[in-house]
Write a protein that binds this ligand. Structure first.
Ligand SMILES: [Zn+2]
Length: 486
């Protein structure tokens, strides 16, 4: 295709230019570029991050708990002059979703895997109770009218070095089986996945989700009409505060709990469109995903990308551009790039994809973990090409490198790798030059921070404002140069 030939030629030309200028000769920022970078408001970005991570918290796709995040991002984009903000609804039929509402407060919840219909789907309401010791509970107990919570001790963990996955503690299955026989309205398994400091390099918890459990057959016979969900450590902390010192076999957790499970995920993309100075159909896509995994409040993954995307949109408010720019917060990335795939498939069916200039995608751009000192650009151009191969370059990676050079980022710490695991890949597959940015811990590019997808992906443990600025300036400058032709 014409675009890719042009892309490669431009990439090579820019690269030759960057390399020929050498390490010592500084590439100067233009006055306009410096002025643009000075308008990036990182204090506002950090404020946005605190809202997403500390006020809203875990944002699993399709849950009630992610809705405040959607509303917040939509509201922030609507404040930006000249942005036309729309929401796109979409449904993922292959992934189940679940909610817990405990006395009015919504928590992200995990649902059983779609392929394992061992317990019922649907909604239930009841009086929330904690079963402190399911094994010791009298089997004759009648749990009708109750939503039964208990602390599951099943742990799904991945060995950091061998990548081996372990699932232990069949006691959780036994407890589900036993409680289901007492006919509660629903069962809530609490997973207190606690990656201790000492073991954080060895054990990385993947998903505190029932998806990873293989339950024994007998459960299918007992509890077909009883919804079963899992909740995370954040819900557990709230529940512990209610329970306090009580050690009764059954501890009341409040007045009402509502549980919902559904075999699909319904969520939204948030789109803010900025029009070019002169009417055109040509559009640059600046993207990030706002959903998180159930284990995590998603500070670096990917609150960081979302708040930078908003900051860049804000900085462009006063800039006249050659292309339209669509600033997009995608939903459902963590369950398979679903929001991006939905959006790109819309562009493809409407023919708009032909006018797509580029995709700049931010995902995990502000970890504070010290050894994550390398910026990696993910391109998906050549599966067999090693890190930093010229074969991985497109004009978007080349322009990013040029931007890095202009802001004096040491190019020894700036790399390109083949990667298909984030939203940029949906654009790449459709033939659009696409790049994603993150920080990694080694030159092979195969290690993220140890807090990735864990409870500790919060502002205290896994966010650096300096790192956000380093990546943010480079990405914003690359988009600026592309969008203004400078
Ligand atoms: Zn992510």
């Amino acid at each position: 295709m014409k675009r890719s030939v042009f892309g490669l030629l431009s990439a090579v030309m820019i690269l030759i230019f960057v390399l020929a200028t050498g390490a010592q000769a500084a590439l100067e920022l233009t006055e306009a570029e410096s002025a643009f970078l000075a308008t990036l408001d990182y204090a506002e970005a950090e404020k946005d991050l605190r809202v997403l991570v500390e006020e809203i918290g875990t944002r699993v796709a399709g849950t009630e708990a992610e809705k405040p995040a959607i509303a917040y991002i939509e509201g922030r984009l609507k404040e930006i002059p000249g942005l036309e903000v729309t929401l796109e609804d979409f449904v993922v039929n292959t992934t189940p979703s679940a909610d817990l509402i405990l006395d009015g407060k919504a928590y992200s919840a995990g649902a059983p895997d779609n392929n394992q219909y061992y317990l019922g789907w649907g909604s239930a309401e009841g009086e929330p109770i904690l079963i402190t010791d399911p094994a010791g509970l009298d089997p004759q107990t009648d749990l009708s009218g109750k939503i039964a919570f208990f602390l599951g001790n099943t742990r799904v963990a991945t060995n950091w070095e061998t990548k081996e996955k372990t699932v232990v503690h069949p006691a959780t299955y036994e407890a589900i089986t036993k409680l289901a026989a007492m006919k509660p309205e629903a069962i809530v398994v609490i997973f207190d996945f606690n990656t201790e400091e000492t073991e954080r390099y060895q054990l990385r918890v993947s998903r505190p989700s029932l998806t990873d459990l293989t339950l024994p057959d007998e459960i299918a016979a007992i509890g077909v009409d009883i919804p079963l969900i899992s909740v995370n450590r954040f819900a557990y902390e709230d529940i512990l505060a209610i329970v306090g010192e009580k050690t009764d076999a059954i501890v009341p957790l409040g007045t009402t709990a509502a549980v919902a499970t559904r075999p699909y995920t319904k969520t939204q993309n948030i789109i803010g469109l900025k029009k070019a100075a002169e009417p055109t159909d040509r559009t640059i896509y600046v993207t990030s995903h706002y959903d998180s995994v159930l284990a995590s409040p998603g500070a670096n993954d990917n609150g960081s990308g979302v708040v930078m995307m908003i900051a860049i949109a804000r900085a462009f408010a006063e800039v006249e551009t050659d292309y339209n720019i669509a600033f997009i917060a995608f939903g459902a990335e963590e369950i398979g790039l679903k929001g991006a795939r939905q959006y790109v498939s819309d562009l493809t069916s409407s023919g708009e994809i032909e006018n797509a200039v580029a995709n700049y995608n931010m995902d995990m751009i502000a970890t504070s973990q010290e050894d994550c000192q390398y910026i990696f650009m993910n391109s998906s151009v050549d599966k067999d090409a090693p890190v930093d191969s010229i074969k991985l370059e497109t004009y978007v990676t080349a322009i990013s490198r040029l931007a890095a050079k202009k802001v004096d980022f040491d190019l020894d710490y700036y790399h390109v790798i083949y990667d298909t695991t984030t939203d940029h890949y949906a654009f790449h597959e459709a033939g659009v030059p696409a790049v994603e940015y993150d920080w990694r811990a080694n030159l092979e590019g195969d290690a993220f921070e140890a807090y990735y997808h864990t409870y500790y992906d919060d502002i205290e443990h896994n966010f650096s404002l300096d790192r956000l600025k380093l990546q943010g300036d480079i990405i914003a400058l690359a988009i600026y140069m592309d969008a203004t032709g400078n």
